[in-house]
Design a binder for this molecule. Structure first.
Ligand code: NI
Length: 136
């Protein structure tokens, strides 16, 4: 049997302000518009964690989704949920919290924890209309 992909979806809410310190205030306003508003704004994010591997003949699972949920919650979502991404999250320190930057940092945290299956893809929804994907 070949490999199978299993996906778990998790949600969290967080505030952020898009602001790149290397740019001037005018450049930031021009580039990020309302997303650069000084006091920030919030999103209801959804993260889809896709894991790929062989089906364990003993369990019939690629990965135990309860365990996967626990790992992602403990190591990632708990640090993001109801936080301000500009100030409250150690692994985003000094980083402009775009969805792209957030998904790349999230990969670095999760990738070593998903064993013996492997992390195939992260899809991070920032709004109903926008998502970013990262495959390492
Ligand atoms: Ni935003």
């Amino acid at each position: 049997m070949g490999e199978v992909t299993v996906t778990r979806r998790l949600t969290f809410s967080a505030a952020h302000r898009l602001h790149e310190p290397a740019l001037t205030d005018d450049e930031n306003r021009e580039l990020f518009g309302l997303c650069n508003s000084p006091y920030g704004h919030g999103h209801n994010y959804a993260l889809e964690v896709a894991v790929r591997g062989r089906v364990d003949p003993r369990t019939g699972y690629v990965v135990d989704l309860k365990q996967l949920k626990e790992i992602v919650n403990t190591h990632l979502v708990a640090h993001l949920d109801h936080r301000n991404l500009n100030f409250d999250v150690e692994f985003l320190d000094g980083i402009n919290p775009t969805t792209e930057n957030l998904v790349v940092r999230s990969w670095a945290i999760l990738e070593p924890l998903i064993q013996p299956a492997r992390l195939l893809r992260l899809r991070l929804w920032e709004t109903e209309n926008n998502y970013v994907e990262y495959e390492g």
